[in-house]
Design a protein around this ligand. Sequence first.
Ligand SMILES: NC(=O)c1ccc[n+]([C@@H]2O[C@H](COP(=O)([O-])OP(=O)(O)OC[C@H]3O[C@@H](n4cnc5c(N)ncnc54)[C@H](O)[C@@H]3O)[C@@H](O)[C@H]2O)c1
Length: 439
Amino acid sequence: MSNPSPATIAPAKGKLGVLIPGMGAVATTFMAGVELVRKGKSNPVGSLTQLATVRLGKRTDGRSPMIKDFVPLAKLTDLVFGGWDIYEDNAYQAATNAAVLGKEHLGQVKKFLGGIKPMTAVFDQNYVKRINGPNVKTGANKMAMAEQLMADIAGFKKANKCDRLVMIWCGSTETFTKPSAVHATLAAFEKGLAKNSADIAPSQVYAYAALKSGVPFANGAPNLTHDTPALLDMARDNGLPVCGKDFKTGQTFMKTLLAPGLKSRMLGINGWFSTNILGNRDGEVLDDPGSFKTKEETKLSVLDQILQPELYPGLYKDLYHAVRINYYPPRGDEKEGWDNIDIFGWLGYPMQIKIDFLCRDSILAAPIVLDLVLFMDLAQRAGMRGIQEWLSFYFKAPMTAPGLYPEHDIFIQLMKLKNRLRYLMGEDLITHLGLEYYD
Ligand SMILES: NC(=O)c1ccc[n+]([C@@H]2O[C@H](COP(=O)([O-])OP(=O)(O)OC[C@H]3O[C@@H](n4cnc5c(N)ncnc54)[C@H](O)[C@@H]3O)[C@@H](O)[C@H]2O)c1
């Protein structure tokens, strides 16, 4: 991929519209948080675009600007929000139901959130079994629904006087599917839309409508969605960045912190048992075996790809890895995740690690949504198209070019992200070799 010079990155002028299919816990926590930060009432904790720095040049140079001052990102004051949901609740009602944020926060943004009303959704209960709602589109076939979404996108852009848009899926996890013939080419996909193919999921109709409308698309859930040849070709051909899948929060975040550390010291692992209780709507959806399988696949693949048992059979070949999620309503969004890790060291002596993470899922996910929106917009203005592997940092199941295994180690992912920013701005990449300090 050629390196766009800083001079060729279009400036972030005008408004950036953020379009979100699925206005539930994550989406409304994100919107409320951005508004509270804009009002100066809170800090954007957890967001690299707002808080992190990037070191440039040598360690002795003393150049570590904030990322937001280094690359031309859209300003928070330029963000406007819209979305779709199968329920009619506005963002204030949805946030109140999700009960992630307390009254002291929601009260301050009631008017703002109340003004964000969901557009009618493209929905098919075959893909999300546990919920059903009235705020849905009807149409002759899936192509007709995609056209309605494109009209929604164009209408939102005009009404809000947006210069650019980004779409990010924060909808429920759809049931597990594999790509079929209808996903092989764009022509087959468009034919499938017109013929109402049962193999096309609602999230794919949104992704198609976004890409057809020239809008970058990110997927925060583990569903297949645009991870298919048809939609990836479309993204590349239309010059649009895409990324996914499944925001890396909670237990998997912990896994990607710990597993590379154990591996770096060549410590063995016999077993990793992970179990969760959560009681929000996401938990209810994941109580369905089809949706859980989609999630399980992304959660299980992480350890295998970090530990590389094929390279280190003596340490990781026999690793028993299990992931469970139990729907437990009393906890709401305040999930609890337990990990029991059976490791072994010198001469095979066993040890155990226990983690009990009393986590707030949407609190961890909201800054990820913000960073992805701003970085995807940057990528589009910089002419970067197709899969954005440098954004793997944010995902449990990072999308990669076909045949390439994903990088899951969060510290390598972070280095990749920051090097991408240096590369974009014509700065030297940092290899961490460090010889120059000792010559
Ligand atoms: N919270 C996290 O930390 C986290 C981490 C990784 C992934 N995710 C994923 O992000 C997604 C959102 O999580 P959440 O906690 O906000 O869930 P949620 O249930 O609160 O919100 C999802 C919303 O999507 C809506 N929806 C479902 N199908 C739709 C469709 N076809 N069109 C429009 N709206 C639709 C639902 O009505 C619901 O309001 C889930 O798929 C979840 O698995 C969340």
